[in-house]
Design a protein around this ligand. Structure first.
Ligand SMILES: [Ca+2]
Ligand SMILES: [Ca+2]
Length: 412
């Protein structure tokens, strides 16, 4: 019994490290027509080993498909499509080699035994599609991006022309990757006439997620990574840079939802025709990004038949303004509008040759304004007036709409 056991153990120890190595078929035509595009490599390991699979061309050049990959004992199969490191090998009559170097695992760790086993054979590659997909004219604009809905550099456009059918992925890679788990932010393609993956012109419109109420990736310098992989596995990678500055969802409100309406002459809420309705309120930027505003400045006086358009301070997409509206207004909402503060006291920035005004994060600004009531706004004695904080062409938050409505006695 003891002898038999020794005999069996002896048998196992003589089992070859590498066995049953096959490659089938021995000729491939990797052109994505579905016919002999790939070959299957099979092998068996009797013990733990570092495994390599490589091809050698007629000139003696080696192409590693697998190099020193740790494998435990067992049977393995892997498909090979002619692509190595994202590039299709050209047509040739190759020698394939499967090579194993045994590894001994001890209490102290692992070490190579030096025991090497190798098998080889022939693989013909014909009609290989070696043409890589190209992202011609790849561009990222602007390179400095402020995703904060102020209407300036809020979006990044990425364009390219794809030269052949391929799956394309574009994403941002976060700066300062200290771990292998890099943070990726995918960028979605805008669907146009040319479908994603098809040859032709492609465009991407990225706003950092802010338009959907999400916080954009943190401020910093990002890598824009674009990768195209065609049907046979040819891969092209292009990278560019993108800097995110002052990104975030803008947040502001009218403090305590409180509006002080009054007739400056009498300090009452009675405003007969020909007199003036004034108001005071405070706007707070309680978000993490500056909010942009536009004139007229706090303090501006309106006649009741005027509006922000007649004063030539038109809507400015992304700007925040305080507006006053009233019951029975026959026109568009909030015809009387003011900047969120005194323009001279707000932060001024020169951008693209223009001056823009900002209320900075954490800051508050008082807004005052007045409307001389020259016409009857409604056929009634008392008319409700209220305030709003408008993010022009973006939204009016529910809590910033119809704020603090109050009946004003017009004396009709
Ligand atoms: Ca084929
Ligand atoms: Ca911006």
């Amino acid at each position: 019994m003891l002898e038999l056991l020794i005999l069996l153990t002896g048998c196992f120890s003589w089992q070859p490290l590498l066995s049953r190595v096959t490659i089938a078929p021995e000729s491939i035509t990797p052109n994505a027509d579905g016919i002999t595009d790939v070959t299957r490599i099979s092998y068996n390991l009797s013990r733990s080993a570092n495994l390599s699979i490589y091809l050698v061309d007629n000139a003696g050049q080696r192409y590693y498909f697998r190099q020193n990959r740790r494998r435990s004992a067992g049977a393995y199969q892997v498909d090979f499509s002619g692509v190595i490191n994202g590039s299709m090998l050209p047509d040739d009559n190759y020698q394939w080699v499967v090579e194993a170097v045994a590894v001994t695992v001890t209490d102290d760790g692992e070490s190579l035994t030096g025991e090497t086993d190798q098998e080889q054979g022939s693989l013909i590659i014909e009609n290989a599609d070696t043409q890589k997909p190209e992202l011609q004219g790849f561009s990222v604009y602007p390179k400095r991006f402020t995703p904060n809905q102020d209407g300036i550099d809020d979006r990044v456009t990425i364009n390219y022309s794809l030269t052949k059918e391929a799956e394309v992925q574009i994403y941002l890679i976060a700066p300062d990757n200290e771990t292998d788990n890099e943070t990726r932010y995918p960028i979605a393609e805008v669907e146009r006439e040319v479908e994603p993956g098809q040859p032709g012109f492609h465009t991407y419109d990225y706003e950092g997620g802010v338009d959907f109420g999400a916080d954009p990736p943190p401020d910093g310098d990002y890598t824009v990574h674009a990768e195209a992989v065609d049907n046979v596995g040819n891969r092209t990678i292009i990278t560019d840079t993108l800097t995110i500055v002052e990104g975030g969802v803008p947040r502001a409100d009218i403090v305590s939802a409180n509006v002080d309406f009054y007739n400056p002459k009498t300090n009452t809420k009675v405003v007969p025709l020909g007199q003036t309705l004034a108001f005071t309120l405070t706007v707070e930027n309680f978000g993490s990004v500056p909010i942009r505003t536009t004139g007229p400045s706090s303090g501006e006086h309106y006649l009741s038949h005027e509006n922000f358009n007649t004063k030539e301070f038109y809507e400015s997409s992304g700007a925040w303004r305080v507006g006053i509206d009233y019951e029975g207004n026959p026109s568009y909402p909030y015809p009387y509008r003011w900047a969120v503060g005194n323009l001279d006291e707000l932060e001024q920035r020169e951008i693209y040759g223009e001056t823009f005004y900002y209320l900075m994060p954490g800051e508050r600004a008082m807004v005052i304004g007045s409307i001389e009531i020259l016409d009857v706004p409604a056929q009634r004695d008392r008319v409700n007036f209220w305030a709003g904080l408008i993010h022009e062409n973006v939204r009016i938050d529910v809590f910033n709409d119809h704020v603090d409505p109050q009946p004003i006695a017009i004396g009709f």
